[in-house]
Ligand binder design. Structure first.
Ligand code: ZN
Length: 364
């Protein structure tokens, strides 16, 4: 299983899929699902979904396939590009970063975000972050006409230059581990669902627009009307000096379960998981000897926040894998955490039968 997850992750990380522009990544995932005989459908927003019939409460298991990035905002007369941010782009981590302007498959244009020449940097400038509107991208094209002829126009998607590298101890570093790692895990879960002989009905989904507005999955949830929603995304690894006070989530320490998430800036949403879901994952982890880490974070949010409010309410939980350097162009995860997360999801879903209770009084 690890070899398959590794291969899927490495491949998916190299395919651009900015929020609202997920078509290339969706086609790649559709192809991978087709290769294991899983039929899929796509809704108008671009959410990709596969249904596995069964008995019991209806489960929606999903992960987002889009990634954060940029949009071309302005083209300067000398061909330099100005960008607008799309999603939680870390301004601090942008100088000298390679990007890819997504024109069309085979026609994408590489460029680099500016870093002011060091020889001209004054002492106070050394420790300040360049405001985003002042940044520009150099692609080598040196006139409006030349860059337009190459296909670049205002509004086009731009992503971090896709990068995927295997590192020591089964770790992987690169772009959009958030959330192509989730996609690789769900592909491995799909394989098991395809082979099973019983279990609850499962709608497995790869959703859009998570990094943009967190609501792409909502339209799909409205159609599917699930009883249970399980969302897969990163968990903030806190085992580095800069993150130590934030929690106890260790890279390579196994999958994670979120007990609390909230985003107080703007969206005012988050998830406090349903007690049936917490009990299910705790019991399953124990029975199968899978380590399970706990996360409680303000500032983190997924599209589950909106999915849980569908219909008369959905028993929801955020599950995931520890990840370092979130939203930078060099995110890091451990393949072993992804394998254990896959095992945990397969076993937990198998543990949901027709009598599975979603009555809170049975758990509290
Ligand atoms: Zn994510």
């Amino acid at each position: 299983m690890k070899a398959q997850i590794r291969q899927d992750l490495m491949e998916l990380m190299l395919i651009p899929g900015l929020s609202g522009h997920e078509d290339r990544i969706r086609r790649a995932i559709t192809k991978k699902l087709g290769a294991i005989d899983v039929e899929t459908s796509t809704d108008r927003l671009g959410n990709l979904h596969a249904h596995f019939p069964g008995d019991g409460p209806r489960v929606m298991l999903f992960t987002h396939m889009d990634q954060l990035g940029f949009i071309v905002r302005k083209i300067e007369p000398n061909g330099l590009l100005r960008l607008e941010r799309l999603g939680g782009v870390p301004e601090r981590a942008l100088a000298a970063q390679d990007v890819l302007v997504c024109v069309a498959d085979g026609k994408d244009i590489p460029g680099t975000i500016a870093s002011k020449s060091h020889h001209a940097t004054s002492p106070p400038e050394k420790y300040t972050v360049t405001p985003f509107p002042e940044l520009y991208v150099d692609t080598g094209y040196n006139s409006l006409d030349a860059i337009a002829a190459a296909g670049v126009r205002i509004g086009q998607p731009v992503v971090y230059a896709p990068f995927a590298q295997e590192r020591a101890n089964d770790t992987v570093c690169g772009t959009s581990i958030d959330d192509r790692a989730g996609c690789a895990v769900l592909l491995a879960v799909a394989e098991a669902l395809q082979k099973r002989t019983n279990g609850p009905p499962v709608d497995l989904a790869f959703t859009v627009l998570e990094e943009f507005n967190l609501r792409g999955a909502q339209t799909l949830a409205q159609q599917l009307n699930p009883d249970i929603a399980i969302q897969i995304d990163l968990m903030l690894a806190t085992d580095t000096p800069d993150m130590a006070a934030r929690g106890d989530m260790v890279l390579s320490g196994g999958p994670g379960m979120s007990l609390y998430s909230f985003h107080g800036r703007g969206t005012l949403n988050g998830v406090i998981p349903h007690p049936a879901m917490v009990a299910l994952f705790e019991t399953t982890a124990q029975q199968h000897n899978i380590p399970l880490q706990r996360s409680a974070q303000v500032g983190v949010l997924t599209d589950l926040s909106y999915v849980q409010l569908t219909g008369s309410g959905v028993a929801a939980i955020d599950m995931g894998f520890p990840m370092r350097a979130s939203h930078s162009a060099r995110e890091v995860c451990d393949l072993n955490d992804l394998v254990q997360l896959t095992e945990l999801l397969r076993a937990a879903i198998a543990g949901i039968d027709a009598n599975f209770s979603l009555d809170r009084d049975d758990y509290t």
